[in-house]
Structures are given as C-alpha cells and as structure tokens.
Design a protein around this ligand. Structure first.
Ligand code: FES
Ligand code: FES
Length: 152
C-alpha cells in the first residue's frame, strides 16, 4: 500500500503499511538519517520531528497520521528560530556524543517558534522529554537563551 508524506516541503510516495512508524519512513525509505532512533517508545526524544510545526515523536507516530501534514526534519528546518538555534548550538558547543542532538534542536526550535522569550521553567518543560545521556542540559538551556536573545 502506498502513503504520501510531505517531508521538508517535498511529497514522497512510499510503499509501506499505514502503521509503519514515521521514523522508519524518514530514515529507511527517504534516507534522511539525521533523525535518530533511541528508545522506540516515545520516551527519549531522539526521534523528534515537527508535524505541522509541533514537535512529535516519530518513532511512535504511524505514517497514516502524518499523511496530509507537513513534516519537518533536522535536514529541512530553516525558520528564523531554527537558524538562531543552530548558531547558538555551534557557538556554545552543546553536543557531546551528539546522538540526542537533532531531537534536542527540533524541540528547542518548536519552543522558540511558539514562545520567543521562554523562562527557565518554560525551557525545562518544553525540553523535559528530550533525554541526553551525556547530560548536556546546562549547555542546552544556555543555547536556547542565546538563540532567544538573537531572535529578540
Ligand atoms: S526513539 Fe522516539 S522517543 Fe525515543
Ligand atoms: S550529546 Fe550524547 S546523548 Fe546527548
């Protein structure tokens, strides 16, 4: 069965069952490997992408739910908030091993797109579903504040 997904502004028709996880479609069918597999159970945030601008866990989202929606991955995120977040991430050298970081960036961008000047509490709430085994949390918060300043 075929399903059409709009990913980063381009329609892709793939031959897969409707319950295929969106993460599988992105990585294995579309060969976009920036989005990572961590837990597979919506518990770590490594697989975070945007669906119509909201952060979702692609490991636990069947492709039938993504049909007709705009999916954005780390490869295609380019809003002003995304540019500011990526610059801040580089400047502050947030990543350690890097595995969780595309998910962290996608959650941070979604936060700043909805709230360009978040408080510490709002940052913690928005980022609480993104786990980092390397504990880069302090740098993540600094980078989000730096990006917010740049946007303001
Ligand atoms: S891999 Fe999706 S939340 Fe962990
Ligand atoms: S940078 Fe290593 S898991 Fe986050």
């Amino acid at each position: 069965m075929s399903v059409t997904l709009n990913v980063n502004g381009v329609d892709h028709t793939i031959d897969a069952t409707p319950d295929t996880p969106l993460l599988w479609a992105i990585r294995d069918y579309l060969n976009m490997t920036g989005t990572k597999f961590g837990c597979g159970m919506a518990m770590c945030g490594a697989c975070t992408v945007h669906m119509d601008g909201s952060p979702i866990r692609s490991c636990s989202t069947p492709i039938q739910m993504a049909e007709g929606k705009k999916i954005t991955t780390i490869e295609g995120v380019e809003s002003p908030a995304a540019v500011a977040v990526k610059e801040a991430w580089t400047e502050i050298q947030v990543p350690q091993c890097g595995y969780c970081q595309s998910g962290q960036v996608m959650s941070a961008v979604a936060l700043l797109e909805g709230n360009p000047n978040p408080s510490d509490e709002e940052i913690d709430a928005a980022m609480s579903g993104n786990i980092c085994r390397c504990a880069t949390y302090v740098r993540i918060r600094s980078a989000i504040k730096s990006a917010a300043k740049q946007l303001g």
